[in-house]
Design a protein around this ligand. Structure first.
Ligand code: AMP
Length: 592
C-alpha cells in the first residue's frame, strides 16, 4: 500500500491532543517543531487570525474571551460557543484542532491526511460520538472508526496478543479521570465497566500547589494574589505546573518567581522550596478518591483485583509517582507505564489505523530501559540493616529518555566525602547485582547532622547513563558518564564485574547468592554481606558516640575492637556475638 493511503490515529483530548501514523515499519507520534503534543486550545486574535495549540494557550492569558479550552467537555451539546465576535458549534472548534493535526501529518508524510481513527472516552454517549465524527468530517477527514480510549491504550500495549485478558486502564489527564475495566480476546474488546470524575486531574494538583505558593507569598509580603493580580496569579499557576512536573522526577523543587508584583515601588519575589513529601501530602486525598472509582468499576464489571491481568497507566498526570504507588498497593500489581502515558492513546489509535491500512502491527515499539539502575546505600536487606542495600533510581521498563533524582543522607557527622557506587540489576542486595561504575564526591561541607545528597540519573535512548551527585546545601556536584549502559554484559564481563565487587568490599569471599560457592566451607567464613553489615553498624555506633554516657561509650569502644578483631581473623562466630551485643547496646541507647 502506498504511503499516500495512510490512515492516522488521533487522540482528541480535553487538555492535549496527539496524532500517530505508521511509517518505516512502526507506529510513531507525529511532531511539529519537536513537540508531540498539541494543546487543545483554539483562539482568534483581535486581528482575526486563527490560533490553534500552544499559541492559543498563550493568548488565553491576554484574551480569555477570544480563546476556548476543554471543548471536549461540550461535545454533543446543542449550543454555540463564543469565540471573539463569532460563535461556533463544539464540533467546529474540535475540527480546528483536528485540521491542525492533519496538517502535521501532511507535512510529515508528504501527502494530505484523508482518513482517521479517533478516540473518545468510554463513557461518551452516541451524541458525543456523533459530534466527534462530524468534527472529523469538518476537518476533511473520513473517520473510519471511533474507538474507546482504554481500548486504544490496550492496543498500544499489545495486550490482546494471547488469550483472554482483563485489563484495568487508569487514565488521569489534565482535567478528567476515568478508570475502565476491559476484556480483550484477540480482536474483540469489550468495555465491562467505566467510572470516573469529569472534574479531577493534574490541573487540580496544580491548584493545590498554586494555593500553597499564594499562601507563602501572603505570609511573606502580606499581599493576596488571588483576586487583584491576574497576571501574577497566572504566573503562579504556570510555576505550580512546572513544579509539579519536576517533583515527578526529583525529591525537591525550588519555585522562584522574580518580581511577581511591585508594591509601594518595591519588587516582591516569590521563593519557596517544596518537597515531594509535602506535595504528596497535599494531593493524597485527591489520589485516594480515585480508588473509590477503581472499586466501583471492579464491582460493576463483576471482577476482583485477582482477575486483573494488567494495569495500564494513561494520561500525563499518572507520571506523578504517588499515583502508581497507591494503585500498586490497591491492586497488588505493578502498573505498566512503559509507553509514554500521554502518547499511549494516540499510539493505540495508530495501531488500529495501521491495521486498517493493511499493515501487520501488533503493538507499539518503544525504547525502554531494560534494567534497573541504582546506587548502594544503607538500608534493610532480608530484614537486617546493612550498607549494601540497592536503592533503585531508574526502574526497568521506564520509557526513554528518563531522568530521576533521589535523596540520600550522609551517615557520619562531619562526613566530607561520599562514595557513589552504581549498580544494574533487580535485587535488593547489591551483591546480587552488577557494578557499572563508581566515583567519590569530596570536600563536602562538614556538618554535625546528616547532610542531604541528591543523586540524579539520566539515561538517553543511546544507552548513555549520566550519574550526578549533588550536595544540596552547596549545590556542589560531580558526575560520571557511562557509555553503553543498556548493553547486556557477556560472560567474561560478568566475571570481571563480580571480581570488581569482591575488590570493592575488600572481601575475598564469594557472596552468598553465588551458586558456585562451596557451601560447607562457607559456613564459618564471614560473608561479604556480613562484612557490610558490620561496617554499617560500626559507622552507626560511631555516629552515636557523642551522645553516649561514658559507661556506654566504653562498652561500645570495646565491642568495636572485638568486631575489628573478628573481621581481621575472619571469625564468624565472634563477629556475630559482638554484633549482637552492639545492636543491643544501640537499641538501648536510642530508646533512652
Ligand atoms: P493529558 O490530559 O493526558 O495530556 O495530561 C495532562 C496533565 O498531565 C497536565 O495536568 C499536566 O500538567 C500533567 N503532566 C504532564 N507531565 C507530567 C509529569 N511529568 N508529572 C506529573 N504530571 C504531568
Amino acid at each position: 500500500m502506498a504511503d499516500s493511503d495512510y490512515i492516522v490515529g488521533i487522540d482528541l483530548g480535553t487538555t492535549n491532543s496527539e496524532i500517530a501514523v505508521y511509517k518505516n515499519g512502526e507506529v510513531r507520534i507525529i511532531k511539529k517543531n519537536d513537540r508531540d503534543i498539541l494543546p487543545s486550545f483554539v483562539g482568534i486574535t483581535p486581528e482575526g487570525a486563527l490560533l490553534v495549540g500552544e499559541e492559543a494557550r498563550n493568548q488565553m492569558l491576554l484574551y480569555p474571551e477570544r480563546t476556548v479550552r476543554s471543548i471536549k467537555r461540550k461535545m454533543g451539546e446543542d449550543l454555540l460557543v463564543p469565540l471573539g465576535d463569532k460563535q461556533f458549534k463544539p464540533q467546529e472548534i474540535s475540527a480546528f484542532i483536528l485540521r491542525e493535526l492533519a496538517q502535521w501529518a501532511a507535512n510529515f508524510m508528504g501527502s494530505p491526511a484523508r482518513r482517521a481513527v479517533i478516540t473518545v472516552p468510554a463513557y461518551f454517549s452516541d451524541a458525543q460520538r456523533q459530534a466527534t465524527r462530524e468534527a472529523g468530517a469538518l476537518a476533511g477527514l473520513d473517520v473510519l472508526r471511533i474507538i474507546n480510549e482504554p481500548t486504544a491504550a490496550s492496543l498500544a500495549y499489545g495486550i490482546q496478543e494471547v488469550g483472554q485478558k482483563t485489563v484495568l486502564v487508569y487514565d488521569l489527564g489534565g482535567g478528567t479521570f476515568d478508570v475502565s475495566i476491559i476484556a480483550m480476546e484477540s480482536e474483540v474488546t469489550e468495555v465491562l465497566a467505566s467510572h470516573g470524575n469529569n472534574h479531577l486531574g493534574g490541573d487540580d494538583f496544580d491548584a493545590l500547589i498554586a494555593e500553597r505558593l499564594a499562601q507563602h507569598f501572603e505570609q511573606e509580603h502580606d499581599i493576596n494574589l488571588r483576586h487583584d493580580y491576574p497576571v501574577a496569579w497566572s504566573r503562579i499557576w504556570r510555576a505550580a505546573e512546572e513544579a509539579k512536573i519536576k517533583l515527578s522526577e526529583a525529591p525537591f523543587v525550588t519555585v522562584r518567581e522574580e518580581t511577581l508584583v511591585i508594591s509601594n515601588g518595591i519588587p516582591r519575589h516569590l521563593e519557596l522550596e517544596l518537597s515531594r513529601q509535602d506535595y504528596e501530602a497535599l494531593i493524597l486525598p485527591l489520589v485516594e478518591s480515585t480508588l473509590d472509582s477503581v472499586t466501583k468499576a471492579l464491582q460493576d464489571a463483576g471482577k476482583t483485583t485477582s482477575d486483573i491481568n494488567a494495569v495500564l497507566l494513561v494520561g500525563g498526570a499518572t507520571r506523578t509517582p504517588l499515583v502508581a504507588r497507591i494503585l500498586e498497593e490497591r491492586i497488588g500489581m505493578e502498573p505498566r507505564q512503559d509507553i509514554h502515558p500521554d502518547l499511549c492513546v494516540a499510539l493505540g489509535a495508530g495501531v488500529l489505523a495501521s491495521r486498517l491500512a493493511g499493515h501487520d502491527v501488533d503493538r507499539v515499539l518503544v525504547d525502554v530501559t531494560p534494567y534497573t539502575f541504582g546506587v548502594r546505600c544503607i538500608g534493610e536487606v532480608d530484614g537486617r540493616t546493612c550498607d549494601h542495600r540497592f536503592a533503585k533510581i531508574l526502574r526497568r521498563n521506564a520509557p526513554l529518555p528518563i531522568t530521576r533524582t533521589e535523596l540520600f543522607y550522609t551517615t557520619c557527622p562531619y562526613q566530607k566525602a561520599v562514595d557513589v557506587e552504581i549498580f544494574q540489576g533487580e535485587d535488593e542486595d547489591i551483591y546480587n547485582n552488577i557494578p557499572v561504575g563508581k566515583f567519590i564526591i569530596e570536600d563536602l561541607k562538614p556538618v554535625p547532622e546528616p547532610s542531604e545528597i541528591l543523586c540524579r540519573m539520566a539515561l538517553d535512548i543511546n544507552g548513555i547513563l549520566t550519574v550526578t551527585a549533588i550536595e544540596k546545601c552547596t549545590q556542589k556536584s560531580k558526575h560520571i558518564t557511562i557509555e553503553n549502559a543498556m548493553r547486556p554484559m557477556d560472560e567474561g564481563e560478568l566475571v570481571e564485574a563480580r571480581k570488581r565487587i569482591a575488590e570493592l568490599y575488600a572481601s575475598d569471599v564469594v557472596h552468598a547468592g553465588d551458586t558456585e560457592s562451596d557451601d560447607t566451607e562457607e559456613e564459618k567464613e564471614i560473608t561479604a554481606g556480613e562484612h557490610g553489615d558490620a561496617v554499617a553498624l560500626m559507622k552507626h555506633s560511631e555516629a552515636l558516640m557523642d551522645t553516649m554516657h561514658d559507661e556506654d561509650k566504653e562498652e561500645a569502644i570495646e565491642l568495636l575492637e572485638q568486631i575489628k578483631d573478628a573481621l581481621e581473623g575472619d571469625d564468624e562466630e565472634a563477629l556475630r556475638e559482638a554484633l549482637d551485643e552492639l545492636k543491643e547496646l544501640i537499641f538501648y541507647i536510642e530508646g533512652k
